[in-house]
Design a protein around this ligand. Sequence first.
Ligand SMILES: [Zn+2]
Length: 176
Amino acid sequence: MKKLLVLMAIAVIFASCGMPIKKHAQESTGTRLFATTDSVFSEYISKFEQEGKKYYGNDFKVGDIPVNFGDTGNPDFDGVCIMYSNGTREVLIKKEWWDNRGVTSKEMMIFHELGHCRLDKDHDDETVPVEHGTVKVSLMNSVLPSATTYIQYKAGYLAELFQSTKEVLKNLVASK
Ligand SMILES: [Zn+2]
């Protein structure tokens, strides 16, 4: 019983993201729910573009990928990137998750979903061992790192996200 409670607590604490499992069904019949982005997300999208420009140059933009609150299609997913068969894409974020999170977690969530939708990245669940546990090496982990870990190794997470290099983060972890 105690173990079950612990597991339930973990499920509540960690944000997870998933690509829809029945992606093909959605691709064949779905159309995008939104044409524009909810302004709630604008500052996070701007941050993503600012970071992206450091790696891809000043022309880097998120482009036509609306971000909005919506049903992620799975109770375990707090955010999703949906890719439709007509070539359009959009990000949906669960509102009750968003409303209960701080700025750092919100940034991680938007960066993760745009990692899928804008950078075409898949999940990467690699970790490196540290003294008392492990550190996730990618913001594209299917469960987001903690806000504290993200802040501590942010330069490494951004290098991994935009350049697919894990060396910056691994060096930071090793130097702690
Ligand atoms: Zn994801």
